[in-house]
Design a protein. Structure first.
Length: 481
């Protein structure tokens, strides 16, 4: 088992002859007080510590926006204009989806970004057919579901996207107007048609361009050959540099004003250059490292009420936040950080409370011993008969550190019910994850390698009632001796 031990003491200086705050607590100890007031050095230590904790909390707060920035950067890496003028990128198959956070490889992802502040209102054309996606804002809140899970029910729709405080331009009446609360808006959708002529027709007839630049309609869709751009939140100072880009271009929402106060103290301030000195950089680099560890814990060791789906089992609801990221008692700071650390996108159709078009996701992150799954070991999953998924089900395996598809020589990270699988006599299916497949079970196997760690999602597409009433239960992974 790979183990990482993290020890951190931010300030720990005790000078004899002065008052002290006492023993170390949560990384802070030995703060000197002179007649009840922190000394000059103690004051510096306290401010450094305050800035450090502010940066850690900012890291968790920014998860949705920074996850989406990763996909934006991937589109730019493919050749999209960095000003975000709406050109569409296509991500398809094992290699095409290799950089996406926890994707499904059975569908093709069709992705577009527009900065309405720079380019004005935008047009998005979603063709008829089996697509499922949404128009989302910079924080990955759904503005409008589209495709078979949207109001258009897969009949196709032409959208006119309008940014904050923008007037709806005069048009011919053929558009459905969608107003975004943020300047940057994204179309994140999936082409769910089987590969072939109709699949290609759908890909080719998606369109996205600024309303006032119709000459950009019908542009070539972007694709990439070669290594995929990894979309997870970047590490070190790159994290803060990317976050600064978001802060500078986006509107300030009332719910976030106190986080802007935290960011001001660490050098991130709207309208001002981000120029941290060497000492502040040290704080920010360490805060990103700790923020990543806290985000990992928050995702893979969920402590939210109701997150454990089956009593006594290790399957957890992967998508724990509401699409609005709000509850009646609080904003979902930690719930959304949990999901957007490990995944991308959050539509109304991904958070179903009963049977219907859409999907649900269960995640399993640890083995029976409470350890992360070891790529050098073999595990099996007994899937009971009659999986409550009217469309199909899928098991996908992801690298635990990058949250992207597990890399292997097999070039496959997923098994789904649309594949030809070896079924047991009682209708159950036994799946294997490990370095090698048991004899005769290659079609029921996902390959891992020693040194890798992994977790998995089990997806239910168009889930049926036995999923919701839990009369059908998914078994846990078991290690194969």
């Amino acid at each position: 088992m790979n183990q990482i031990r993290v020890c951190f003491i931010f300030v720990a200086a005790i000078i004899s002859g002065c008052e002290s705050t006492g023993k170390e607590m949560y990384g802070v100890s030995g703060i000197e007080l002179a007649n009840g007031v922190p000394t000059t050095e103690a004051s510096r230590q306290l401010y450094d510590t305050m800035d450090y904790y502010s940066a850690v909390m900012t890291y968790l707060w920014s998860m949705p926006a920074m996850g989406l920035k990763g996909w934006e950067n991937a589109n730019v890496d493919m050749g999209a204009d960095p000003s975000l003028d709406g050109q569409i990128a296509i991500y398809q198959g094992y290699e095409g989806a290799a950089g996406i956070l926890t994707p499904n490889t059975k569908v093709t992802y069709v992705i577009s970004f527009i900065d309405t502040n720079l380019h004005g209102p935008a047009v998005w054309v979603i063709p008829p057919g089996p697509t499922a996606g949404y128009v989302g804002d910079q924080w990955q809140r759904p503005i409008r579901d589209t495709g078979v899970t949207g109001a258009d029910k897969g009949a196709g729709i032409k959208l006119l996207i309008v940014g904050p405080d923008q007037e709806v331009p005069e048009h011919d009446g053929s558009y459905t107007v969608v107003k975004s609360p943020t300047n940057v808006v994204w179309l994140g959708t999936r082409n769910m048609s089987p590969l072939g002529g109709d699949h290609d027709r759908i890909n080719n007839t998606f369109d996205s361009y600024p309303f006032n630049k119709p000459e950009l309609a019908g542009r070539e869709k972007l694709r990439k050959d070669g290594p995929a751009f990894k979309q997870y939140q970047p590490h070190g100072m790159a994290f803060w540099e990317n976050l600064n880009q978001i802060i500078q271009r986006e509107v300030i929402e009332e719910r976030d004003v106190f986080f802007y106060a935290l960011m001001k103290n660490i050098g991130l301030e709207k309208g001002k250059a981000f120029e941290p000195g060497p000492e502040r950089e040290k704080i920010l680099v360490e805060a990103e490292r700790m923020g990543y560890l806290m985000a990992t814990n928050n995702s893979f060791r969920k402590r939210f009420e109701g997150a454990q789906y089956y009593p006594g089992k290790r399957w957890y609801l992967a998508l724990i936040n509401n699409p609005s990221q709000q509850q009646s008692t609080h904003g979902e700071l930690f719930e959304r950080a949990s999901w957007f650390h490990e995944a991308i996108g959050s539509t109304n159709a991904m958070k179903l409370s009963g049977p219907g078009p859409g999907s649900t996701y269960l995640g399993q992150y640890v083995d029976a011993q409470g350890h992360g799954f070891d790529g050098g070991k073999t595990y099996k999953l007994e899937v009971p008969a009659n999986v409550p998924a009217a469309q199909f089900w899928a098991l996908t395996v992801y690298n635990g550190e990058s949250r992207t598809l597990i890399r292997n020589d097999q070039k496959s990270a997923e098994i789904n019910s649309l594949n030809e699988l070896r079924q047991n006599d009682d209708g159950t299916v036994t799946l294997y994850v490990g370095p090698s497949a048991p004899e005769g079970m290659e079609i029921n196997w996902i390959q891992t390698s020693p040194g890798q760690n992994w977790f998995s999602y089990f997806r239910f597409y168009n889930p049926t009632e036995p999923y919701f009433d839990k009369s059908w239960e998914l078994n846990d992974f078991e290690e194969v001796p």
